[in-house]
Design a protein around this ligand. Structure first.
Ligand SMILES: Nc1ncnc2c1ncn2[C@@H]1O[C@H](COP(=O)(O)OP(=O)(O)O)[C@@H](O)[C@H]1O
Ligand SMILES: [Mg+2]
Length: 357
Protein backbone atom coordinates (compact mmCIF):
# COMPACT_ATOMS: atom_id res chain seq x y z
CA UNK A 1 0.00 0.00 0.00
CA UNK A 2 1.62 3.25 -1.04
CA UNK A 3 0.46 6.83 -1.20
CA UNK A 4 -2.93 6.41 0.44
CA UNK A 5 -2.06 7.39 4.02
CA UNK A 6 -4.04 10.62 3.94
CA UNK A 7 -7.29 8.91 2.93
CA UNK A 8 -6.87 6.03 5.35
CA UNK A 9 -5.88 8.28 8.26
CA UNK A 10 -9.03 10.26 7.78
CA UNK A 11 -11.16 7.15 7.60
CA UNK A 12 -9.52 5.80 10.74
CA UNK A 13 -10.14 9.09 12.57
CA UNK A 14 -13.78 8.94 11.53
CA UNK A 15 -14.12 5.45 13.01
CA UNK A 16 -12.48 6.60 16.24
CA UNK A 17 -14.59 9.76 16.37
CA UNK A 18 -18.24 10.15 17.30
CA UNK A 19 -21.13 9.04 15.08
CA UNK A 20 -21.64 11.46 12.26
CA UNK A 21 -17.92 12.37 11.93
CA UNK A 22 -17.34 13.62 8.39
CA UNK A 23 -15.37 10.64 7.13
CA UNK A 24 -17.98 8.14 8.30
CA UNK A 25 -19.62 8.63 4.93
CA UNK A 26 -16.93 8.44 2.25
CA UNK A 27 -17.13 8.43 -1.51
CA UNK A 28 -13.97 7.33 -3.25
CA UNK A 29 -13.54 8.03 -6.94
CA UNK A 30 -10.79 7.52 -9.47
CA UNK A 31 -9.96 5.92 -12.78
CA UNK A 32 -9.70 2.19 -13.37
CA UNK A 33 -6.61 0.72 -11.78
CA UNK A 34 -5.99 3.73 -9.54
CA UNK A 35 -6.67 1.68 -6.40
CA UNK A 36 -10.28 2.31 -5.33
CA UNK A 37 -11.06 -1.28 -4.41
CA UNK A 38 -7.79 -1.55 -2.52
CA UNK A 39 -8.68 1.56 -0.49
CA UNK A 40 -12.11 0.10 0.29
CA UNK A 41 -10.48 -3.13 1.43
CA UNK A 42 -8.07 -1.20 3.63
CA UNK A 43 -10.95 0.79 5.09
CA UNK A 44 -12.63 -2.52 5.93
CA UNK A 45 -9.45 -3.70 7.60
CA UNK A 46 -9.36 -0.51 9.71
CA UNK A 47 -12.91 -1.21 10.82
CA UNK A 48 -12.18 -4.86 11.66
CA UNK A 49 -9.09 -3.91 13.64
CA UNK A 50 -11.41 -1.82 15.78
CA UNK A 51 -13.79 -4.70 16.32
CA UNK A 52 -16.40 -3.36 13.93
CA UNK A 53 -18.57 -5.56 11.79
CA UNK A 54 -18.10 -5.17 8.05
CA UNK A 55 -20.64 -5.61 5.30
CA UNK A 56 -18.83 -5.57 1.96
CA UNK A 57 -20.94 -5.37 -1.21
CA UNK A 58 -20.77 -4.45 -4.87
CA UNK A 59 -23.54 -2.39 -6.41
CA UNK A 60 -25.43 -4.74 -8.66
CA UNK A 61 -29.10 -5.34 -9.17
CA UNK A 62 -30.73 -6.79 -6.05
CA UNK A 63 -28.28 -5.13 -3.65
CA UNK A 64 -30.84 -4.30 -0.97
CA UNK A 65 -32.40 -7.77 -1.01
CA UNK A 66 -28.96 -9.35 -0.83
CA UNK A 67 -28.17 -7.34 2.26
CA UNK A 68 -31.44 -8.15 4.02
CA UNK A 69 -31.57 -11.80 2.95
CA UNK A 70 -27.88 -12.68 3.39
CA UNK A 71 -25.52 -9.91 4.47
CA UNK A 72 -27.08 -8.72 7.70
CA UNK A 73 -28.50 -12.14 8.72
CA UNK A 74 -24.99 -13.61 8.42
CA UNK A 75 -23.56 -10.90 10.64
CA UNK A 76 -26.40 -11.48 13.09
CA UNK A 77 -25.54 -15.20 13.19
CA UNK A 78 -21.99 -14.28 14.03
CA UNK A 79 -23.15 -12.14 16.92
CA UNK A 80 -25.34 -14.94 18.25
CA UNK A 81 -22.54 -17.48 18.41
CA UNK A 82 -20.65 -17.57 21.65
CA UNK A 83 -17.12 -16.23 21.27
CA UNK A 84 -15.71 -19.68 22.02
CA UNK A 85 -17.73 -21.61 19.45
CA UNK A 86 -17.60 -18.97 16.75
CA UNK A 87 -15.85 -20.27 13.66
CA UNK A 88 -12.78 -18.23 12.88
CA UNK A 89 -14.15 -15.98 10.23
CA UNK A 90 -11.31 -14.38 8.37
CA UNK A 91 -10.38 -11.00 9.75
CA UNK A 92 -13.35 -10.69 12.04
CA UNK A 93 -12.69 -10.00 15.66
CA UNK A 94 -15.55 -8.73 17.73
CA UNK A 95 -14.84 -6.78 20.87
CA UNK A 96 -14.52 -8.83 24.04
CA UNK A 97 -17.77 -9.95 25.55
CA UNK A 98 -19.72 -9.63 22.34
CA UNK A 99 -21.14 -12.89 21.06
CA UNK A 100 -23.71 -15.34 22.25
CA UNK A 101 -26.18 -12.49 22.21
CA UNK A 102 -29.89 -12.83 21.81
CA UNK A 103 -30.51 -10.89 18.63
CA UNK A 104 -33.87 -10.89 16.95
CA UNK A 105 -33.42 -9.82 13.35
CA UNK A 106 -36.59 -8.87 11.44
CA UNK A 107 -36.99 -11.19 8.44
CA UNK A 108 -38.36 -8.43 6.26
CA UNK A 109 -36.95 -7.50 2.82
CA UNK A 110 -36.85 -4.20 0.96
CA UNK A 111 -35.83 -0.79 2.30
CA UNK A 112 -38.16 -1.07 5.30
CA UNK A 113 -36.63 -4.40 6.25
CA UNK A 114 -33.15 -3.02 5.73
CA UNK A 115 -33.87 -0.16 8.11
CA UNK A 116 -35.31 -2.40 10.82
CA UNK A 117 -32.49 -4.92 10.51
CA UNK A 118 -29.84 -2.21 10.67
CA UNK A 119 -31.57 -0.70 13.70
CA UNK A 120 -31.64 -4.06 15.49
CA UNK A 121 -27.95 -4.68 14.84
CA UNK A 122 -26.76 -1.16 15.65
CA UNK A 123 -28.81 -1.04 18.88
CA UNK A 124 -26.78 -4.00 20.00
CA UNK A 125 -23.42 -2.79 18.66
CA UNK A 126 -23.91 0.61 20.24
CA UNK A 127 -24.28 -0.98 23.67
CA UNK A 128 -20.88 -2.58 23.13
CA UNK A 129 -19.20 0.56 21.83
CA UNK A 130 -18.68 -0.81 18.40
CA UNK A 131 -20.31 -0.41 15.00
CA UNK A 132 -20.79 -1.61 11.46
CA UNK A 133 -19.08 -0.47 8.29
CA UNK A 134 -20.90 -0.88 4.99
CA UNK A 135 -18.85 -0.67 1.80
CA UNK A 136 -20.19 -0.58 -1.74
CA UNK A 137 -17.83 -0.98 -4.69
CA UNK A 138 -18.72 0.03 -8.27
CA UNK A 139 -21.37 2.25 -6.73
CA UNK A 140 -22.06 3.99 -10.03
CA UNK A 141 -23.50 0.88 -11.74
CA UNK A 142 -26.66 1.99 -13.50
CA UNK A 143 -28.56 -1.20 -12.85
CA UNK A 144 -28.24 -0.69 -9.11
CA UNK A 145 -29.27 2.95 -8.92
CA UNK A 146 -32.56 2.38 -7.12
CA UNK A 147 -30.93 -0.01 -4.69
CA UNK A 148 -28.09 2.42 -3.97
CA UNK A 149 -30.62 5.20 -3.40
CA UNK A 150 -32.60 3.02 -0.99
CA UNK A 151 -29.50 1.95 0.88
CA UNK A 152 -28.25 5.54 1.09
CA UNK A 153 -31.59 6.67 2.51
CA UNK A 154 -31.45 4.00 5.20
CA UNK A 155 -27.85 4.81 6.10
CA UNK A 156 -28.68 8.51 6.18
CA UNK A 157 -31.44 7.78 8.64
CA UNK A 158 -29.07 5.74 10.79
CA UNK A 159 -26.63 8.68 10.77
CA UNK A 160 -29.37 11.05 11.90
CA UNK A 161 -30.07 8.76 14.81
CA UNK A 162 -26.36 8.74 15.71
CA UNK A 163 -26.13 5.02 15.11
CA UNK A 164 -22.61 3.53 14.89
CA UNK A 165 -22.51 3.15 11.12
CA UNK A 166 -19.76 3.98 8.67
CA UNK A 167 -20.34 3.96 4.93
CA UNK A 168 -17.74 3.94 2.17
CA UNK A 169 -18.44 3.63 -1.54
CA UNK A 170 -16.19 3.65 -4.60
CA UNK A 171 -16.77 4.28 -8.29
CA UNK A 172 -15.60 5.88 -11.52
CA UNK A 173 -15.47 9.70 -11.33
CA UNK A 174 -17.85 10.84 -14.06
CA UNK A 175 -20.32 8.02 -13.43
CA UNK A 176 -20.43 8.85 -9.74
CA UNK A 177 -20.97 12.51 -10.64
CA UNK A 178 -23.83 11.38 -12.84
CA UNK A 179 -25.27 9.37 -9.99
CA UNK A 180 -25.11 12.35 -7.65
CA UNK A 181 -26.74 14.77 -10.05
CA UNK A 182 -29.46 12.21 -10.76
CA UNK A 183 -30.70 13.19 -7.31
CA UNK A 184 -30.13 9.76 -5.90
CA UNK A 185 -29.48 11.05 -2.45
CA UNK A 186 -28.46 14.18 -0.61
CA UNK A 187 -26.63 11.89 1.77
CA UNK A 188 -24.26 10.66 -0.92
CA UNK A 189 -23.83 14.19 -2.17
CA UNK A 190 -22.67 15.29 1.27
CA UNK A 191 -20.33 12.34 1.75
CA UNK A 192 -16.64 13.14 2.16
CA UNK A 193 -15.12 12.91 -1.32
CA UNK A 194 -11.77 11.32 -1.93
CA UNK A 195 -10.46 11.58 -5.46
CA UNK A 196 -7.66 9.06 -5.91
CA UNK A 197 -4.93 10.54 -8.05
CA UNK A 198 -1.97 8.78 -9.61
CA UNK A 199 0.98 8.36 -7.24
CA UNK A 200 3.64 11.06 -7.41
CA UNK A 201 6.84 10.05 -9.23
CA UNK A 202 8.62 9.95 -5.85
CA UNK A 203 5.98 7.66 -4.34
CA UNK A 204 5.98 5.42 -7.42
CA UNK A 205 9.78 5.15 -7.32
CA UNK A 206 9.71 4.27 -3.66
CA UNK A 207 6.98 1.70 -4.21
CA UNK A 208 9.19 0.08 -6.85
CA UNK A 209 12.56 0.34 -5.14
CA UNK A 210 11.81 -0.59 -1.54
CA UNK A 211 10.35 -4.07 -2.10
CA UNK A 212 13.24 -4.97 -4.44
CA UNK A 213 15.92 -3.85 -1.97
CA UNK A 214 14.13 -5.46 0.95
CA UNK A 215 13.95 -8.73 -0.93
CA UNK A 216 17.73 -8.60 -1.26
CA UNK A 217 18.30 -7.54 -4.86
CA UNK A 218 19.82 -4.39 -6.33
CA UNK A 219 18.38 -1.83 -8.67
CA UNK A 220 19.92 1.44 -9.88
CA UNK A 221 18.28 4.88 -9.84
CA UNK A 222 17.95 5.04 -13.62
CA UNK A 223 16.17 1.69 -13.71
CA UNK A 224 13.83 2.76 -10.92
CA UNK A 225 13.10 6.04 -12.66
CA UNK A 226 12.39 4.28 -15.95
CA UNK A 227 9.97 1.86 -14.28
CA UNK A 228 8.22 4.66 -12.36
CA UNK A 229 7.81 6.68 -15.53
CA UNK A 230 6.24 3.71 -17.28
CA UNK A 231 3.59 3.37 -14.56
CA UNK A 232 2.16 6.89 -14.92
CA UNK A 233 1.67 6.66 -11.16
CA UNK A 234 -0.98 3.96 -11.50
CA UNK A 235 -0.68 1.58 -8.55
CA UNK A 236 -1.81 -1.27 -10.73
CA UNK A 237 1.07 -0.65 -13.11
CA UNK A 238 3.53 -0.14 -10.25
CA UNK A 239 2.62 -3.60 -9.07
CA UNK A 240 2.87 -5.28 -12.45
CA UNK A 241 5.92 -3.42 -13.78
CA UNK A 242 7.88 -4.20 -10.60
CA UNK A 243 6.80 -7.81 -10.67
CA UNK A 244 7.60 -8.39 -14.34
CA UNK A 245 10.98 -6.64 -14.16
CA UNK A 246 11.82 -8.82 -11.15
CA UNK A 247 10.83 -12.00 -12.93
CA UNK A 248 13.00 -11.52 -16.01
CA UNK A 249 15.91 -13.17 -14.18
CA UNK A 250 15.37 -13.71 -10.44
CA UNK A 251 18.80 -15.32 -10.15
CA UNK A 252 20.65 -12.17 -11.19
CA UNK A 253 21.78 -9.99 -8.31
CA UNK A 254 20.64 -6.74 -9.92
CA UNK A 255 17.65 -5.72 -11.95
CA UNK A 256 19.17 -4.39 -15.14
CA UNK A 257 18.03 -1.89 -17.77
CA UNK A 258 17.25 -4.84 -20.01
CA UNK A 259 15.10 -6.50 -17.34
CA UNK A 260 13.29 -3.22 -16.92
CA UNK A 261 12.65 -2.76 -20.62
CA UNK A 262 11.30 -6.29 -21.02
CA UNK A 263 9.41 -6.06 -17.75
CA UNK A 264 7.60 -2.96 -18.94
CA UNK A 265 6.62 -4.67 -22.20
CA UNK A 266 5.24 -7.64 -20.27
CA UNK A 267 3.41 -5.36 -17.86
CA UNK A 268 1.75 -3.41 -20.64
CA UNK A 269 0.60 -6.67 -22.21
CA UNK A 270 -0.78 -7.76 -18.86
CA UNK A 271 -2.60 -4.43 -18.48
CA UNK A 272 -4.34 -5.26 -21.75
CA UNK A 273 -6.08 -8.17 -20.05
CA UNK A 274 -6.63 -6.58 -16.67
CA UNK A 275 -7.49 -2.98 -17.54
CA UNK A 276 -8.05 -2.37 -21.23
CA UNK A 277 -10.16 -5.33 -22.24
CA UNK A 278 -12.62 -5.00 -19.35
CA UNK A 279 -12.94 -1.26 -20.05
CA UNK A 280 -13.60 -1.79 -23.76
CA UNK A 281 -15.70 -4.94 -23.57
CA UNK A 282 -18.67 -3.19 -21.98
CA UNK A 283 -18.86 -0.65 -24.78
CA UNK A 284 -21.02 -0.63 -27.91
CA UNK A 285 -19.57 -0.99 -31.40
CA UNK A 286 -20.07 2.72 -31.98
CA UNK A 287 -18.25 3.59 -28.78
CA UNK A 288 -15.35 1.47 -29.95
CA UNK A 289 -15.25 3.10 -33.36
CA UNK A 290 -15.05 6.41 -31.55
CA UNK A 291 -12.10 5.14 -29.51
CA UNK A 292 -10.43 3.78 -32.60
CA UNK A 293 -10.74 7.23 -34.19
CA UNK A 294 -8.99 8.67 -31.14
CA UNK A 295 -6.29 6.02 -31.07
CA UNK A 296 -4.98 7.31 -34.40
CA UNK A 297 -3.37 10.19 -32.48
CA UNK A 298 -0.01 9.54 -30.92
CA UNK A 299 0.28 12.88 -29.12
CA UNK A 300 -1.67 11.85 -26.02
CA UNK A 301 -4.84 13.71 -26.96
CA UNK A 302 -7.34 13.98 -29.82
CA UNK A 303 -9.12 17.04 -31.22
CA UNK A 304 -12.90 16.63 -31.27
CA UNK A 305 -12.88 18.14 -34.78
CA UNK A 306 -10.51 15.39 -35.95
CA UNK A 307 -12.76 12.71 -34.44
CA UNK A 308 -15.74 14.22 -36.28
CA UNK A 309 -13.81 14.13 -39.54
CA UNK A 310 -12.54 10.56 -39.05
CA UNK A 311 -15.99 9.26 -38.17
CA UNK A 312 -17.64 11.49 -40.78
CA UNK A 313 -20.25 12.52 -38.23
CA UNK A 314 -21.58 15.88 -37.08
CA UNK A 315 -20.81 17.66 -33.86
CA UNK A 316 -24.01 16.58 -32.07
CA UNK A 317 -23.37 12.92 -32.73
CA UNK A 318 -19.77 13.09 -31.56
CA UNK A 319 -20.78 15.09 -28.47
CA UNK A 320 -23.25 12.40 -27.48
CA UNK A 321 -20.67 9.62 -27.68
CA UNK A 322 -18.08 11.82 -26.02
CA UNK A 323 -20.35 12.15 -22.97
CA UNK A 324 -21.10 8.44 -22.91
CA UNK A 325 -17.42 7.55 -22.95
CA UNK A 326 -16.57 10.08 -20.26
CA UNK A 327 -19.20 8.52 -18.00
CA UNK A 328 -17.82 5.08 -18.82
CA UNK A 329 -14.51 6.34 -17.43
CA UNK A 330 -12.58 5.62 -20.62
CA UNK A 331 -11.85 9.17 -21.82
CA UNK A 332 -11.66 12.61 -20.26
CA UNK A 333 -11.35 16.17 -21.57
CA UNK A 334 -7.71 17.22 -21.69
CA UNK A 335 -8.54 20.83 -22.62
CA UNK A 336 -11.26 22.61 -24.52
CA UNK A 337 -12.08 20.71 -27.70
CA UNK A 338 -9.77 17.81 -26.88
CA UNK A 339 -10.09 14.36 -25.33
CA UNK A 340 -7.58 11.88 -23.98
CA UNK A 341 -7.75 8.32 -22.71
CA UNK A 342 -7.97 7.95 -18.92
CA UNK A 343 -6.15 4.63 -18.82
CA UNK A 344 -2.42 4.43 -19.61
CA UNK A 345 -1.55 2.46 -22.76
CA UNK A 346 -5.17 2.21 -23.91
CA UNK A 347 -4.30 3.98 -27.18
CA UNK A 348 -1.54 1.43 -27.87
CA UNK A 349 -3.90 -1.39 -26.98
CA UNK A 350 -6.52 -0.11 -29.42
CA UNK A 351 -4.01 0.52 -32.21
CA UNK A 352 -2.86 -3.08 -31.91
CA UNK A 353 -6.43 -4.29 -32.39
CA UNK A 354 -8.01 -2.18 -35.06
CA UNK A 355 -9.46 -5.38 -36.54
CA UNK A 356 -11.19 -6.23 -33.27
CA UNK A 357 -12.74 -2.75 -33.28
N1 LIG B 1 -1.97 2.06 -2.90
C1 LIG B 1 -1.55 0.96 -3.52
N2 LIG B 1 -0.34 0.42 -3.25
C2 LIG B 1 0.09 -0.67 -3.89
N3 LIG B 1 -0.62 -1.34 -4.82
C3 LIG B 1 -1.83 -0.88 -5.13
C4 LIG B 1 -2.37 0.28 -4.48
N4 LIG B 1 -3.59 0.53 -5.00
C5 LIG B 1 -3.81 -0.42 -5.91
N5 LIG B 1 -2.76 -1.28 -5.99
C6 LIG B 1 -2.65 -2.39 -6.94
O1 LIG B 1 -3.35 -2.04 -8.12
C7 LIG B 1 -4.35 -3.00 -8.41
C8 LIG B 1 -5.61 -2.27 -8.89
O2 LIG B 1 -6.19 -1.61 -7.80
P1 LIG B 1 -7.77 -1.59 -7.64
O3 LIG B 1 -8.07 -1.15 -6.25
O4 LIG B 1 -8.37 -2.87 -8.07
O5 LIG B 1 -8.17 -0.44 -8.67
P2 LIG B 1 -9.62 0.11 -9.01
O6 LIG B 1 -10.60 -0.52 -8.07
O7 LIG B 1 -9.50 1.60 -8.83
O8 LIG B 1 -9.83 -0.25 -10.45
C9 LIG B 1 -4.54 -3.79 -7.14
O9 LIG B 1 -4.81 -5.12 -7.39
C10 LIG B 1 -3.21 -3.68 -6.45
O10 LIG B 1 -2.37 -4.70 -6.89
MG1 LIG C 1 -12.23 -1.67 -8.36
Amino acid sequence: MVGRDAVLDELADALDGPPGSAGRAALITGNRGIGKTVVLNEAEALARERGWLVLSETATDGLVDRITADGLPELADLLRQSPASRPRVRGISLPGGLGGVDLDLPQEQGPGGLRRQLNAITDLLDEHDTGIMITIDEVHARGARDDVAQLAAVVQHAFREDRPVAFAAAGLPAAVQDLLTADVSTFLRRARRFVLEPLSPVAAEEALRVPIIEAGRQVGPDEVARMAEATYGYPYLVQVVGDRAWRQDPSSEAITADHVARGIDDAVREAGFALHEPAVNDLSDTDRKFLAAMAVDTTGESAISDIEARLDRDHGYVSRYRSRLIVAGVVEPSRRGYLRFTIPYLAEFLRARVDYL
